[in-house]
Design a protein. Structure first.
Length: 252
């Protein structure tokens, strides 16, 4: 994904700012069959129906998080021969986000934890590794197969030791301060990883280098790229697209 990815996570044109075109909204509305996803697509019908759509979106989030989510359900995997030849990349900044000093980059793990962490890429490479080839789903209505490798969030949780009141994680990016909030249960899913490789190569800049969040159980806009921090919180964080009306849970 990222080339199968949806913006630092979200829908729109490749690079820079923008929203879904109306035809993409209609396609998603017909395919998804739920008003919550319709409300998530940039064009929400205007002031007359926006409150109702957002209410349904919040209900869908609750059902997804508390009723439909299962830590035992794994997304199917694919053979590497089925990988897409290319995947679109999206980001919020006007040009591809790049670190000025890659050697100085660290992932900061903080908030409601007993052991804050500051992890270099080498630190992450020494941690347990998960890899898979899966189907990426974009909120714009398309999908593509790609391979990903990285550190399971569960391995980070084991080391930082969240406090009992920690229920969410806020993932923050250096892509124009893009962010996403996740519930802790989804983050602990065995297929949720901090990816540093894509298609057997180091993660490229267009797809979130040096590190991005990935899970085949979430829509692309939830998969924060260009990560700089993950903060454990008691209260549910917002997110770049979620604060504009996208479904918060974003599960598939």
């Amino acid at each position: 994904m990222t080339d199968a990815d949806c913006r630092s996570g979200g829908p729109g044109r490749q690079g820079g700012h923008g929203g879904l075109e109306r035809r993409a909204f209609l396609r998603l509305g017909l395919a998804g069959g739920t008003a919550s996803l319709v409300a998530a697509c940039g064009w929400d019908g205007g002031n007359a129906i926006r409150p109702k759509l957002l209410s349904i979106s919040r209900l869908n989030d609750w059902v997804g998080e508390h009723v439909l989510y299962s830590p035992m359900r794994l997304a199917p995997t694919y053979d590497v021969s089925q990988r897409a030849r290319s995947l679109p990349s999206y980001f919020i900044s006007d040009s591809t986000p790049m670190l000025k000093d890659p050697a100085a980059w660290r992932l900061q793990v903080n908030g409601l934890v007993r052991q804050p962490l500051s992890l270099s890429l080498d630190d992450l490479l020494r941690l347990p590794r998960t890899s898979y080839t899966v189907l990426h789903h974009c909120v714009e209505g398309w999908s593509a197969v790609a391979s990903w490798a990285g550190v399971p969030i569960a391995a980070i949780v084991e080391r930082c030791q969240p406090r009992p009141e920690a229920r969410y994680i806020n993932f923050v990016s250096f892509d124009a301060d893009y962010s996403n909030g996740w519930d802790l249960a989804s983050a602990m899913h065995p297929q949720t990883i901090l990816a540093y490789a894509m298609n057997d190569q180091p993660l490229p800049p267009a797809h979130g280098a040096p590190l991005r969040l990935y899970s085949p159980t979430k829509l692309g806009y939830k998969l924060t790229k260009y990560l700089v921090s993950m903060t454990f919180t008691a209260d549910r964080p917002g997110g770049y697209w979620e604060d504009q009306g996208y479904p918060w849970f974003g599960g598939i």
